[in-house]
Write a protein that binds this ligand. Structure first.
Ligand code: UP5
Ligand code: MG
Length: 202
């Protein structure tokens, strides 16, 4: 696919910052297609004849970043599949994609920007660890996610600070980050998001 017809906004933030929650709002109101790298990896992990299933499982439980080749391939396939379905098109202007939880390591960011599709900007949800931990432990009571437990959460936070924040800082230097405080209620946060989207011409 051509970057001329695919418009990408990255959605980043720590584990439990509310990326998925806010993406659902943006899909409803702005006609974005939503691709969560974590969801794609979990689906691949559960696919019966996947050669990567075992590896993905270990990385996710450990809060580590799965080697980029796997994730980028899953994202490219998912974008192509959405384009084939004709989804996400906005009046002849191409298709808008929210890529949620990616890129979360510098190698992924540089590769995706130069070889797949440059992003328009990054929506970054900024939330303190105590709040994110509370949300994730609560979700863990019912989510069934292998990484929603105290031990994995601690590892996910460490990876976020050491490996993923440098990506946010890199895009920030390029003036391509929209930072939103993400501690209040989902509704209040979304009001701020809508305002900031407006400033970006949406
Ligand atoms: N909630 C949401 N907003 C709230 C608010 N304002 N107030 C109170 N509660 C709020 O929300 C989390 C929970 O909080 C929910 O219960 C929600 O109702 C509530 P959610 O919207 O799901 O937050 P989100 O930021 O999407 O949290 P998630 O757990 O999905 O974040 P992660 O970044 O940890 O998970 P992801 O699925 O992206 O990645 C999982 C793993 O996959 C990674 O750790 C990594 O091992 C692997 N991965 C890679 O290797 N490479 C990649 O590129 C991507 C992932
Ligand atoms: Mg999520």
């Amino acid at each position: 696919f051509s970057p001329d017809t695919v418009h990408v906004v990255y959605v980043l933030g720590g584990p439990g910052a509310g990326k998925g929650t806010q993406c659902a709002n943006l899909v409803r109101d702005y006609g974005f297609k939503h691709l969560s790298a974590g969801d794609l990896l979990r689906a691949e992990q559960d696919r019966k004849d996947s050669e990567f299933g075992g590896m993905i499982k270990e990385y996710i439980a450990d809060g580590k970043i799965v080697p980029m080749e796997v994730t980028v391939q899953l994202l490219e396939n998912a974008i192509q599949a959405k384009l084939d379905e004709g989804e996400g098109q906005v009046g002849g202007k191409g298709s808008r994609f929210l890529i949620d939880g990616f890129p979360r390591k510098m190698d992924q960011a540089l590769h995706f920007e130069s070889s797949v599709c440059p992003s328009q900007f990054t929506l970054f949800f900024d939330c303190p660890e105590e709040e994110m931990q509370k949300r994730l432990l609560h979700r863990g009571e019912t989510s069934g996610r292998s990484d929603d437990n105290a031990e994995s959460i601690k590892k996910r936070f460490k990876t976020f600070v050491e490996t993923s924040m440098p990506v946010v800082e890199y895009f920030e230097k390029e003036g391509k980050v929209v930072r939103v405080e993400a501690t209040e209620s989902p509704e209040r946060i979304y009001e701020v998001v809508k305002g900031r989207m407006g400033e970006r011409g949406f």
